[in-house]
Design a protein around this ligand. Structure first.
Ligand code: ISE
Length: 339
């Protein structure tokens, strides 16, 4: 890549999120283009590549990463496929934006940390896009200013209209609550030390075998308590809300008060139907920031350490789901490389 040439990106995984990122890179952000798309579904990936000038279809991530026109990799395949894709990217020393979760468990996340440290420089940004959401950024700035005093508690609501078939109890933690794990660490600047998962009697909207909703409580090393209502078949829309309760006040985001309409004896607005819609601006900002940093030769944003820390909290959460009660988080000491 010459300094002014657009960054050539391989998008690995072209499901809902990957396809949305392909659209974003092609049509929304600047400084990059999609030069490779990779998916196990050969027909699907061929059809996507056919619509993009200069883009090649692959079924093997490693083959895409070896191509001359690939300067960086965006991984949006399912979590279990991330470790292999990350290690392949490291072989070519390519910068990576890896969708969450970094990997599905702490041991594999640690292997990624070790491999990145061997490169001698950071290469990974993890796709915790809420850190780029305008409302979360305002909340963080307010908490950091100290105006409200010390945060004591954070109440979160995380609601999906529905989830795809095959989404199980562990996905509630690994795919959904993982966002609140990252947001808690980032907003409070504290590590999560213990997780407790509680379950009410499941909703009749929940598919067979899924205990939905659930209520998750984190304890942090700064003495805060954080709760999350995770409710992924609420039926009415996609809602992510957070209220930080501090010593001198509280602050809430996610109320979606952008347009309120009064009509026919009612008032209200609309509710986004999924995360692609609700977080569209955050995703745009996240991918643009990654491209800009990569073109400057820098790595910014949530690191592989953040991905590992979230994976360790997920592990405790899944154990609490399976065994019940409070489970302590086991975290290695943060390597100097990630400080
Ligand atoms: C999905 O994978 C996401 O990452 C969304 O942000 C989250 O809200 C949803 O619950 C997950 O299934």
């Amino acid at each position: 890549m010459t300094q002014h040439a657009p960054l050539g990106i391989a998008v690995v995984g072209t499901g809902k999120m990957g396809a949305d990122h392909v659209r974003r890179i092609n049509d929304v952000i600047s400084g990059a283009r999609v030069t490779a798309v990779v998916d196990v579904d050969a027909e699907r990936v061929k059809a996507i590549a056919a619509g993009i000038e200069g883009c090649t279809a692959y079924t093997d991530p490693a083959a895409a990463m070896a191509a001359d026109d690939v300067d960086a990799v965006l991984i949006a395949s399912p979590g279990f496929a991330h470790e292999a894709a990350l290690l392949a990217a490291f072989t070519h020393d390519l910068p990576v934006l890896c969708e969450k979760p970094l990997t599905p468990d702490a041991a594999s996340a640690l292997r990624v940390l070790e491999a990145e440290q061997k490169l001698g420089h950071r290469r990974v940004q993890v796709g915790f896009m809420r850190r780029y959401d305008a409302e979360y950024l305002k909340l963080k700035a307010l908490l950091d200013s100290g105006e409200l005093g010390r945060p004591l508690m954070v109440h979160n609501r995380h609601r999906n209209a529905s989830v795809p078939p095959g989404y199980m109890n562990a996905n509630l933690i690994n795919d959904s609550v993982v966002h609140e794990m990252d947001v808690t660490r980032w907003l409070l600047g504290q590590e999560i030390t213990a997780v407790t998962v509680l379950r009410p009697r499941p909703s009749s909207n929940a598919p067979e075998g899924l205990d939905d909703p659930q209520f998750v409580v984190f304890e942090t090393d700064g003495g805060a308590i954080v709760d999350v209502e995770i409710n992924v078949n609420c039926g009415f829309g996609y809602q992510v809300q957070a209220e930080a309760v501090c010593e001198r006040g509280s602050a809430r985001i996610g109320e979606a008060h952008d347009l309120l309409v009064n009509t026919a004896g009612r008032w209200g607005g609309s509710i986004a139907q999924d995360f692609v819609e609700r977080f569209v601006d955050a995703y745009d900002r996240e991918v643009q920031a990654w491209v800009d940093a990569t073109r400057r030769g820098e790595v910014t944003g949530p690191s592989a350490w953040d991905g590992y820390a979230a994976a360790a909290v997920c592990e405790a959460g899944v154990r609490s789901q399976n065994e019940g009660g409070r489970v302590e988080v086991e975290l290695i000491e943060r390597p100097a490389f990630y400080r």
